[in-house]
Design a protein around this ligand. Sequence first.
Ligand code: HEM
Length: 186
Amino acid sequence: MSLLPFCKWLADTPGSIALHESLFMYPLVESIHVLTLCLFVGMSIMLDLRLLSLALKRVKVSEVAGRLVPWMTAGFVVMVISGVALFYAIPVRSYQSVWFRGKCIMLILAGLNAWTFHSGIYKRVAEWDLAAVAPRAARRAGIASLILWAGIVVFGRMIAYNWFDCDKPQSAVVMFLAGCTGHDSH
Ligand code: HEM
C-alpha cells in the first residue's frame, strides 16, 4: 500500500507549495525542529544516564523523571508539529527518503520503548528509586533510548542529503527501501 499518490496530492496543495517556496518560513520551522531537539533529546539523555547510574546518582530516579518528563513532553509535541510541517513542505521527497523512513521506524520503536518502561518497571520505581544499580529492565530501556534517539537525530540530519534520492540511478535495494517507482522526479 503506497502513500505516494497521497504525498503527490499533498505536494500540489497551496499550503505545501507556499511553505516549500517560502524564503523564511521553512528555515524558521526547521530551526524550531532543531532547537527543540535540545529540550527533548537533551533531557531524555539525562534521564537515560540516570537510569544507567552515570549521572545524578544521588537524586531519586522519580525526582529526575518528575522534573524532566513535563519538559520532554512539551519538546516532543513541538518536534512532532514542526516535523509534520517539514514533511508537508516536501512530502514526496521525504516519503521516498530512506533516511526519513528509517527515522520513522526508530520513532515508533522509541515510543514503544518509552511506553514499555513507563507502564512496566517504572510503576515500581519506589522499590529502586535510589538503588546503586537500577533493575535490568530500566537499564535496558535507558540504553535502547540512547541508541534510538541518536539514530533518529543522525537519520534526520541525513534527510537533507540526496545520495539515495529516487530521481538518481539507484540500486534495486535502495529503489525498494525508498519506494522509488523508476520514473520519479522531485
Ligand atoms: C520527535 C522526534 C524527532 C526528532 C528528534 C527529529 C530530529 C530531526 C533532526 C535532527 C533533523 C535534521 C535537522 C537539520 O539539521 O536540518 C530532522 C529533520 C527532519 N525531520 Fe525530524 N525529528 C523528529 C520528529 C519528526 C517528525 C515526527 C517528522 C515528520 C512526520 C519529522 C520530519 C523531518 C523532516 C522532513 C526533516 C528534514 C528537513 C530537511 O532536511 O529539510 N521529524 N529531524
